[in-house]
Ligand binder design. Structure first.
Ligand code: IPM
Ligand code: MG
Length: 355
């Protein structure tokens, strides 16, 4: 197939990890006979420095035109939280503008990396969770007000916003192990009570074959660590999903291992990004783990291009690279030499070409 991929490297380690993801997609295209063209644009702090805007109009136009978007990371200490234009706004505006209401964050600890996690390996074996985070609603997008002594963030959800993301998550559960856990704070929040009502109304009618349960977010935070194997698909609102996925990354050994896909109603134009941030402390040193970005590229192949065999080939190549010893600092063996960003990418490409 022929496709245009928009590449938004962003800030910090973003450019380093997206460069490797792009090299891997190039190698994959060669092997499978596809033609991917890449166009790069600015977002986040890099865009603010160049134009004063976190999401310049030409970046958004490119993303709308592209068949899929690959993003690195945004943010950094240079553009502090007190600034009027912040890098993060670029990403939030992009998600909203493209209508990407569902953020898929798979958590599948790699068997070779179990020893890198601070959690007992016996709890991690067989863990395979798909967290679906609502991405364009809730407290992230509600009205904000601020005076010197008072601040307000409104958390708002409509039943339509809840329905569509629950439907998507339940559809995934149906194709997996048939279990959905909906996470909320219904003992306190009105938006959570509406969330629960919608789940209870929708599930028995549209997904009778999917077992579902409700779980309060505080309890879920504990169960995720104590009995992660019990989860199949999780669906939750925007901010709970943000927090729980950072927590869940501990199961996978490192934030540097978790990819994500952000999808909307349109069949094309998904956004693919690692769940990690711009990691300013290690930026520019070429030591960041590129696997989350590369695995995000595999999700791009799967969800935007429907190239399942290619997605599996890329995932297998990442696995082979890790097993072969290409382990960046965050997942390095205690006595082993850490792989730099570029050589980790090269190990994936070598495995792709050998496979
Ligand atoms: C994420 C990030 C973003 C979010 C930030 C950078 C705005 O933490 O994708 O998880 O909170 O959604
Ligand atoms: Mg986050």
């Amino acid at each position: 197939m022929q496709a245009l991929i928009a590449v938004l490297p962003g800030d910090g380690i973003g450019p380093e990890v997206t460069a490797e993801a792009q090299r891997c997609l190039d190698a994959l295209a060669r092997r499978f006979g596809h033609t991917f063209s890449f166009k790069t644009a600015l977002i986040g702090g890099a865009a603010i420095d160049a134009s004063g805007q976190a999401l310049p109009a030409d970046t958004l136009a490119l993303c709308r035109r592209a068949d899929a978007v690959m993003l690195g990371a945004v943010g950094g200490p240079k553009w502090g939280p007190a600034a009027t234009v912040r890098p993060e706004q670029g990403l939030l505006q992009l998600r909203k503008a493209l209508g990407l209401y569902a953020n898929l964050r798979p958590v599948v600890p790699h068997p070779a990396v179990l020893d890198a996690a601070p959690i007992k390996a016996e709890l991690l074996r067989g863990v395979d969770i798909m967290i679906v985070r609502e991405l364009t609603g809730g407290i992230y997008f509600g009205d904000k007000q601020r005076s010197a002594t008072e601040a307000i963030d409104v958390c708002r959800y409509t039943s339509v916003e809840i329905e569509r993301v629950v439907r998507l998550a339940a559809g995934l559960a149906r194709q997996r192990r048939g279990k959905l856990t909906s996470i909320d704070k219904a003992n306190v929040l009105e938006t959570s009570r509406l969330w629960r009502e919608v789940v209870d109304r929708l599930m028995p009618v549209e997904f009778p074959e999917v077992r579902y349960e409700h779980m309060l977010v505080d309890a879920a935070a504990m169960h995720l660590i104590c009995r992660p194997r019990d989860f199949d698909v999780i669906v939750t609102e925007n901010m709970f999903g943000d927090i729980l996925t950072d927590e869940a990354s501990v199961l996978a050994g490192s934030m540097g291992m978790l990819p994500s896909a952000s999808l909307g109603a349109a069949s094309k134009g998904g956004l693919y990004e690692p769940i990690h941030g711009s990691a300013p402390d290690i930026a520019g040193r070429g030591v960041a783990n590129p696997y989350a970005a590369i695995l995000s590229a595999a999700m791009l192949l799967r969800y935007s291009f429907k190239l399942e065999a290619e997605a599996l080939a890329l995932e297998a190549a990442v696995s082979a690279a890790i097993v072969g010893g290409a382990r960046p600092t965050d997942i390095a063996l205690a006595n082993g030499k850490a792989a730099d960003t570029r050589s980790a990418g090269s190990a994936v490409i070598a495995a792709l070409e050998a496979g």
